[in-house]
Design a protein around this ligand. Structure first.
Ligand SMILES: NC(=O)c1ccc[n+]([C@@H]2O[C@H](COP(=O)([O-])OP(=O)(O)OC[C@H]3O[C@@H](n4cnc5c(N)ncnc54)[C@H](O)[C@@H]3O)[C@@H](O)[C@H]2O)c1
Length: 302
């Protein structure tokens, strides 16, 4: 019961990874706000059912939970989500920014609408919910954020410029919160999950190869991400902040963060020609290939 009496808010907790977060947090003793707009993978439509269903499941097991169906993607509604925690349980201890949608499209065809919708839910939504909680965290001199990032942003992926930008932005947001709020004993970390949810469940399974690939992906159960989120929300993680973790089935990773890889110096300064003849040949050996997430995580999950 490492979260006994903590009040935890999980956004997008009506399904997928978030649903397992809500269950695991409640099982660890937390009082949980189950937020979910009940929308499609693309963010179309609303349904109050998923959030309430998870609350009913938690209560049936003897846990404490309350539903909220507001969107994370606007400042006013994000504040209502936070207010639900205060009204129901009187405080807030942990915020998990998990809600998400996809509007995949190759960059050259991506519409402004597709860009905005994804940035609004992931990046702006994570800011709005975090910012709404920050006032309380600062006043009580404690609090914890867990944000969901993705190797689509940390490494790269095709057809996801909006999502990759939002998810890498979330890593920057988390680090900034960790820096700005350390003096108030507030922590902020990211999880980059790999999980078989409806979000990646739309991969075609027509050929034998595709069937085999999808079969292997199914071992990446959504419930495998939850223990790390519970740990990060607990006092046992009191010295863990500003980090990016990844979880894939039974593998757990600490991800790198950007640092200089190699430098070149020229006392007389640089010209474009000198950069071509001196700097680039020296740096080229350390260039990153145009890799996608699946090129870096090239072995089967287990
Ligand atoms: N599944 C993966 O492999 C994977 C990989 C990398 C990152 N992620 C991230 O993990 C998180 C959870 O993804 P998932 O795979 O469980 O997806 P999912 O589609 O199963 O769950 C997302 C939930 O967010 C809710 N939601 C969407 N927009 C919302 C809004 N504006 N306000 C409130 N709720 C909203 C949806 O209704 C849904 O229940 C997302 O942030 C996603 O980007 C997932």
């Amino acid at each position: 019961m490492i979260l006994k009496d903590k009040v935890v808010l999980v956004t997008g907790a009506g399904g997928g990874i978030g649903r397992d977060f809500a269950h695991a947090m409640a099982a660890a003793g937390a009082k949980v706000v189950v937020n979910d707009l009940g929308t499609s993978v693309k963010g179309e439509g609303k349904d109050a059912g998923p959030a309430q269903k998870v609350v009913d499941e938690i209560k049936a097991k003897g846990g404490k939970a309350v539903a909220n169906t507001d969107s994370v993607a606007e400042w006013e509604s994000a504040n209502r989500i936070l207010q639900t925690a205060l009204d129901a349980f009187g405080r807030i201890d942990v915020v998990v920014n998990n809600a998400g949608i996809l509007r995949d499209r190759f960059f050259f065809n991506m519409s402004v609408e597709e860009w905005r919708a994804v940035i609004d839910v992931h990046l702006n939504g994570s800011f709005y919910v975090s910012r709404a909680a920050a006032t309380h965290f600062k006043a009580q001199q404690s609090g914890c954020y867990v944000h969901m990032t993705s190797t689509s942003g940390l490494v790269g992926n095709l057809g996801q410029a909006n999502y990759s930008a939002a998810k890498l932005g979330i890593a920057g947001l988390s680090k900034s919160i960790a820096l700005d709020m350390a003096k108030y004993h507030v922590r902020s970390n990211c999880i980059s999950p790999f999980a078989w949810s409806r979000m990646i469940g739309s991969i075609p399974t027509e050929t034998e190869d595709q069937k085999a690939r999808v079969g292997k992906m199914k071992v990446m159960e959504t419930a495998k991400i939850a223990p790390l989120a519970v740990f990060l929300g607990s006092e046992q993680a009191k010295d863990v902040t500003g980090q990016i973790f990844a979880v894939r089935a039974n593998e757990l990773f600490l991800m790198s963060q950007n640092r200089p890889v190699r430098s070149v110096h020229r006392a007389e300064g640089w010209t474009p020609e000198a950069i071509a003849s001196h700097a680039i040949p020296s740096l080229r050996a350390h260039f990153y290939p145009l890799e996608r997430s699946q090129d870096v995580f090239s072995w089967d999950p287990s």
